[in-house]
Ligand binder design. Structure first.
Ligand code: UTP
Length: 324
């Protein structure tokens, strides 16, 4: 089995961070999103990976080449024509081999080995409370009969999670070829979902596989939620003399922390400095500086500095000051 990871998107919902760093390289729980994904791919025993690059592709190529000793191929998507189009571009690298497709902004935890080993075409799904906000898999017995984007009247609560193990690769690429040649776009883009529905119509059997951990990183709130969840899953206890650390946190190499309260759910990349501050539920980039700061649910980029958030007050008896 080979893996395809589309990472060409501009990550507009994560601006301003993605102005300088492509979304897959934004850090969460101490590692780039793409690092988490590739570690999982390697753990599955997959040795050949195709990355569909576009926006700031050179940064992604450099990162992956420097950190992963696996068989890597890169294909460029010069125009963002949709996820279906991005996957279509990988066809010559995959041929008829089974393919595992993982989105470049989604991390999975759980029994992926079982999903891959289950054979046949498996679509990763997760039960959600409000199916009308998601792409939903409609099932008959265990077979998917159709994938519907944000249905008004959802027939299931199984959201399409963004991981696809496809054994009938020729049928997938054939379906993508049809939708691209016929110009069928949904919301202006060539959609992978449309190709999967076409596969079903043409007789392919697609089954659903419930993934345990589905961690989206596409928006600031989602990135912070994922940071929290991954830190909760695994992070060593941290102790820094002179400061209070509330686990779980990730503190990178060569980070200076003085007279501060850090955590819970804080990731700090290497070479950063935190002095006289209180920080919780936040991600700090490399060489960031926070002094006299009070931060919650914050994303602080590389080399950014935030200083002086404590207030000086002169408040008389029976007064009320409310900063909320
Ligand atoms: P998204 O639409 O969530 O990512 O695509 P995006 O476009 O980067 O983000 P926003 O919407 O502007 O904030 C999911 C995955 O599919 C890839 C993206 O890079 C992301 O990893 N993708 C999407 C492509 O590679 N090409 C496309 O044409 C569309």
């Amino acid at each position: 089995m080979k893996a395809v990871i589309p990472v060409a998107g501009e990550g507009t919902r994560l601006r301003p961070h993605t102005h300088t760093i492509p979304k897959p390289l934004l850090r969460v729980a101490g590692k780039p999103i793409l690092g988490h994904i590739l570690d999982d791919v390697v753990a599955l025993g997959i040795k050949e990976v195709v990355l569909v690059v576009g926006y700031r592709g050179e940064n992604i190529v450099d990162y992956v080449r420097a950190n992963y000793d696996i068989d890597l191929s890169f294909v460029e998507q010069s125009e963002r024509l949709g996820l279906g189009h991005a996957i279509y571009l990988s066809r010559e690298f995959i041929g008829e081999e089974p393919v595992l497709i993982l989105l470049g902004d989604t991390i999975f935890k759980g029994d992926l080995k079982k999903m891959v080993a289950s054979g046949g075409n498996s679509i990763g799904v997760k039960r959600v409370a409000d199916p009308r906000r998601f792409g939903i898999a409609e099932l008959q017995d265990s077979r998917i009969v159709s994938l519907v984007e944000k249905p008004e009247k959802p027939k299931s609560d199984l959201a399409v999670a963004g991981i696809y193990a496809i054994t009938e690769s020729a049928a997938l690429y054939g379906a993508l070829d049809s939708i691209i040649k016929s110009g069928k776009r949904t919301k202006g883009e060539f959609q992978l979902t449309d190709a999967l529905n076409l596969m079903i119509e043409d007789g392919s059997v697609l089954k659903s596989f419930e993934v345990e951990g589905w961690y989206d990183c596409g928006k600031p709130e989602a990135l912070l939620e994922t940071n929290k969840a991954l830190l909760e899953l695994a992070s060593p206890e941290v102790k820094i003399p002179g400061s209070i650390i509330i686990d779980p946190v990730y503190i990178g190499e060569n980070v200076t922390v003085e007279s501060s309260v850090i955590g819970p759910f804080v990731s700090v990349a290497k070479n950063s400095t935190i002095k006289r501050s209180i920080i919780r539920n936040s991600i700090l980039g490399e060489s960031a500086v926070v002094e006299d700061g009070l931060l919650d649910s914050s994303l602080i980029g590389d080399n950014a500095a935030v200083k002086g958030m404590f207030k000086r007050l002169n408040v008389g008896d029976s007064s009320e000051i409310d900063f909320t």
